[in-house]
Design a protein around this ligand. Structure first.
Ligand SMILES: Nc1ncnc2c1ncn2[C@@H]1O[C@H](COP(=O)(O)OP(=O)(O)OP(=O)(O)O)[C@@H](O)[C@H]1O
Ligand SMILES: [Mg+2]
Length: 240
């Protein structure tokens, strides 16, 4: 089966600073893959490269086997990729429903199963608060809006950048509980996550990144804590 996403020797730079050093990742349609790694490992840079926010060579990123590296973000989005960005990035002056409707307008013409009602049934609290300004919501509720907005782009591949960051354990659980429903809709997911147990539980496969390189990959249920520790922090047996 052709992977929905594959990166081949992906490198990325901020000016002279190299942040990614030949990253090879493959994701099958509908699969959920976790990407873990310490602060500064390159996780967000990896997602930003896929979204077309960093210049890379065409063949370094392939969607459905088609080279798309360096295409502008709108082309990537219309190819079926959506991101829940680091820090949520909602439109503060707009209501919950307006924030969600922006995505519906963007996705016009694209088929998909996600509707405003379906997002509201995923996160009922958003229906209650639909007319409130987004900035008045709690951090967890804002994260739900950000996820809902990404889903309304009708993605086949959803990239999530540290959706649990700064949230209470109960809220994190509430958000992760809906992930299976996203997978059942056929959407492949990349979960960037600093909480390693959460990442393992929520994914089929896992990649660990250290200083811009993949240091470990395997099935999430088969990777040991020791392997992860070595790959996460570096050390003699970090590269499997
Ligand atoms: N806009 C930028 N300009 C210059 N360097 C950057 C920029 N963004 C990130 N970097 C550097 O690139 C490297 C990778 O950063 P990145 O944000 O991808 O890490 P991360 O794994 O997402 O970390 P975190 O867990 O803190 O979000 C770091 O050394 C970081 O300092
Ligand atoms: Mg990051």
């Amino acid at each position: 089966m052709t992977p929905i996403l594959s990166t081949k020797g992906l490198t990325a730079f901020y000016g002279d600073f190299q942040a990614l050093f030949g990253v090879d990742v493959e994701i099958a349609p509908g699969e959920t893959v976790a990407l873990i790694g310490a602060n500064g490992a390159g996780k967000s840079t990896f997602l930003r490269s896929i979204m077309g926010l960093i210049r890379v060579k065409p063949e370094m990123i392939q969607l459905d086997g088609r080279p798309v590296g360096g295409e502008p973000p709108h082309r990537i989005v219309s190819g079926g990729v959506a991101i829940v960005p680091e820090g949520r990035r909602l439109f503060a002056g707009m209501t919950v429903e307006e924030n969600l409707r922006v995505a519906i307008d963007n996705a016009s013409g694209r088929d998909g199963t996600w509707t405003l009602d379906r997002v509201f049934s995923l996160f009922p609290i958003l229906k209650e608060k639909r007319r409130e300004p987004a900035q008045r919501l709690s951090g967890g509720q804002q994260q739900m809006v950000s996820i809902g907005r990404a889903l309304l782009n009708q993605p086949r591949l959803l990239l999530c950048d540290e959706i649990s960051l700064g949230l209470a354990p109960r809220v994190i659980r509430e958000i992760y509980e809906i992930m299976p429903e996203i997978s059942e809709a056929g959407t492949a997911v990349v979960l960037v996550e600093q909480d390693v147990s959460l990442a393992k539980q929520a994914s089929d496969r896992l990649y660990c990144m250290l200083e811009g390189r993949i240091t470990l990959t395997g099935r999430s249920g088969e990777i040991s804590r020791d392997q992860i520790a070595a790959a996460y922090f570096g050390g003699s047996d970090a590269v499997a």
